[in-house]
Design a protein around this ligand. Structure first.
Ligand SMILES: [Zn+2]
Length: 242
């Protein structure tokens, strides 16, 4: 009887362990993909972190292609949908914060809660940047600033993921390297209880990068780079990414 009890305890411990490291009920590791923005901006406000009195707009809306006219929300989703296929092929369970560009953007707390609920091993937020200066270009990756009570539990792993994913995405796209940036003011970072990064693939206000990112070939390059970075961060072989 004692042996049986030990066996049951061991199974229970394994189940707990599985739940705590981001494995889904099917046993596959979980990644949450968050294609930024949606068809409409959301001007409601929400606190930038748990218990904060500082309110920030939910979503001011994204940028758009200066040459292509492409909406950032559509580009972000196109890359995320390609990436989902690649990651699932590599045995990852993918949860999306949205699969269409059709409505009013959900807030950043809502996006973070999807990742928290999924116990994601990585909450990967996909964006493209804009600037008033059309010559500004390149790829960069953002991760949360260390703040006790908000991001202390995810800071180190987020920073590690940012470095790995930035390197893989940059080498796949071939755009200039704008490096990494810590942000304390991103609501979606401060509410996340799982490692979180936000990639800015390139600048849609730069004619060169806009033209390229509007093509299926470069959207595929972005997805392959993000797939390699994600799998490398998870300690898995990247060969499945193509
Ligand atoms: Zn954006």
């Amino acid at each position: 009887m004692k042996q049986l009890c030990n066996a049951i305890a061991a199974v229970a411990a394994l189940a707990l362990l599985g739940a705590s490291v981001g494995a889904s009920s099917s046993g596959r590791p979980v990644v949450v993909l968050d294609p930024g923005h949606d068809l409409h901006a959301n001007t409601e406000t929400e606190p930038i972190g748990p218990g904060s009195s500082t309110q920030k707009i939910k979503d001011g809306g994204g940028t758009h292609g200066v040459v292509s006219g492409l909406r950032e929300a559509d580009l972000n989703l196109a890359v995320a949908l390609r990436l989902r296929v690649l990651l699932e092929h590599a045995g990852i369970k993918v949860v999306m914060t949205r699969t269409r560009t059709a409505g009013t953007s959900i807030g950043n707390i809502a996006r973070a809660r999807i990742a928290n609920r999924a116990r994601a091993l990585l909450f990967l937020r996909i964006h493209a940047d804009g600037s008033t200066d059309p010559s500004v270009r390149g790829t960069h990756t953002l991760y949360p600033t260390y703040r006790r009570g908000w991001t202390d539990d995810v800071y180190a792993e987020s920073k590690r993921a940012a470095g790995i994913v930035q390197r893989a995405l940059r080498s796949s796209l071939g755009f200039p390297d704008r490096g990494l940036q810590e942000r304390s003011d991103y609501t979606g970072f401060n509410w996340a209880n799982v490692p979180v990064i936000l990639v800015e693939m390139g600048f849609m206000t730069n004619p060169t990068e806009d033209r390229l990112l509007a093509t299926g070939a470069y959207q595929r390059r972005a997805a392959v780079g993000l797939c390699r970075g994600t799998l490398q961060f998870l300690g898995r072989p990247v060969g499945a990414c193509g």
